[in-house]
Design a protein around this ligand. Structure first.
Ligand SMILES: NC(=O)c1ccc[n+]([C@@H]2O[C@H](COP(=O)([O-])OP(=O)(O)OC[C@H]3O[C@@H](n4cnc5c(N)ncnc54)[C@H](O)[C@@H]3O)[C@@H](O)[C@H]2O)c1
Length: 353
């Protein structure tokens, strides 16, 4: 069992990481949350695989628990689904002394977290992330959001959970593509932190060996995210380092209409491009890009997009909500484990593509 405590100015919460934790969630809730009703929100895939285990674990402790199931996939991160959740919460007479549980990948976590932050001006919630990406990234740090037709994550807030329960065993049922999607973020952490992650990822033979060692890997990734979130909760300073590969990655996802590349694949492309660019500019230690690209390819992720129009990609970058007319902050590596934030003019971005 690994346990981390996230300490923020207004909030403290714990992250627990343990194989088979799912069936013990009810017991943990019983020792902390008496007299509460629970609403579990999950997606159809996770529900079919694990819904009963979680519901039984909670119900066996004598809690009143109900379940809402949304379709699996990014389309559920919508205003329409948000309204659907509110109506279900009303049916269930959910009050601010009850608890919502987000049980799924990043889609469910973001949707349910935002619903919890807004319903009755805020109902407490718990994250039980079920994808690798959600277990190491999206369930921690409090960013919650839904998409609009104009773009991703355009309506959201910072709203931290009461607790995060991570059961790495759940990752065994992920498709290889969804697992690798999360692996891109693990690779990102290995490049921006001075940990043994980079050596570990290089040493493992394949995804199977990676999964066999998953508990400490998740704990390390959560610790790295914790450090950035504690220092810069609202993402205006050092937390930006977590966006390594994301400036180009978001533009790639957007350029291909979110259909060709998953988030992790696009981030892998973004990390490779920006590191090649910064190496050519003499900022990054020679050989870094090659080591990164080798690692990305080892885990079946792309390092460049099939075909794209440079100008259209640059336009997508300038339209990203994080960038202003005056320029943008990019994250580059001095070497593996040594990231830096660099402010550049938008017109300089082509040097990194
Ligand atoms: N809030 C943040 O800080 C943050 C950070 C990164 C990404 N995100 C968001 O996360 C979302 C992507 O999350 P995701 O990659 O987890 O996608 P997802 O939630 O869509 O899950 C991917 C697929 O895996 C399935 N699945 C989930 N758990 C499973 C399991 N244990 N076994 C088998 N199948 C399972 C889901 O049903 C879905 O089909 C995006 O909307 C992105 O914007 C948020």
């Amino acid at each position: 069992m690994y346990s981390l405590s996230i300490n923020l100015s207004q909030k403290q919460y714990n992250i627990m990481i343990e194989k088979d934790l799912l069936s013990n969630v009810g017991k943990h809730l019983a020792s902390n949350y008496n007299n509460k009703k629970f609403v579990v929100v999950t997606d159809a895939t996770v529900d079919a695989l694990y819904g009963n285990i979680l519901i039984n674990s909670i119900a066996n402790q004598g809690f009143l628990v109900t379940k809402v199931v949304v379709p699996a996939g990014e389309k559920s991160k919508s205003m329409a689904m948000l309204e659907y959740l509110y109506s279900k919460f009303l049916d269930f007479k959910l009050s601010r002394s009850d608890l919502i549980i987000a049980f799924g990948g990043g889609v469910v976590g973001d949707l349910v977290g935002f619903a919890a932050s807004t319903f009755l001006r805020g109902v407490p919630y718990i994250q039980i992330p079920t994808t690798l990406l959600a277990q190491i990234d999206s369930s921690i740090g409090g960013k919650v959001a839904v998409n609009l037709s104009n773009g991703k994550n355009l309506v959201g807030s910072f709203y931290h959970p009461e607790a995060v329960f991570i059961d790495p065993k759940l990752l065994e049922t992920l498709s290889l593509r969804v697992l690798r999607d999360g692996l891109a973020e693990v690779i990102k952490y290995s490049m921006i932190s001075e940990t043994t992650l980079f050596e570990d990822l290089n040493r493992y033979q394949d995804e199977q060996e990676f999964l066999a060692n998953i508990e400490p890997i998740i704990a390390t990734c959560c610790q790295i995210k914790q450090q950035f979130v504690e220092k810069d909760e609202k993402d205006t300073g050092v937390r930006m380092i977590l966006n390594f590969g994301h400036t180009i990655g978001h533009a790639v996802e957007n350029y291909f209409n979110y259909e060709t590349y998953t988030h992790g694949e696009a981030v892998a492309i973004g990390m490779a491009h920006i590191t090649k660019g910064s190496e050519l500019l003499g900022i990054t230690l020679p050989g870094t890009a090659q080591k990164l690209i080798k690692l990305i390819q080892k885990y079946g992720l792309p390092t460049t997009a099939t075909e794209y129009d440079h100008q259209a990609l640059l336009t997508a970058i300038t339209l990203d909500k994080k960038n202003s007319n005056n320029g943008l902050h990019i994250i580059i590596l001095e070497s593996i484990g040594k990231p830096l934030i660099k402010k550049i003019q938008t017109k300089e971005m082509h040097l990194y593509l």
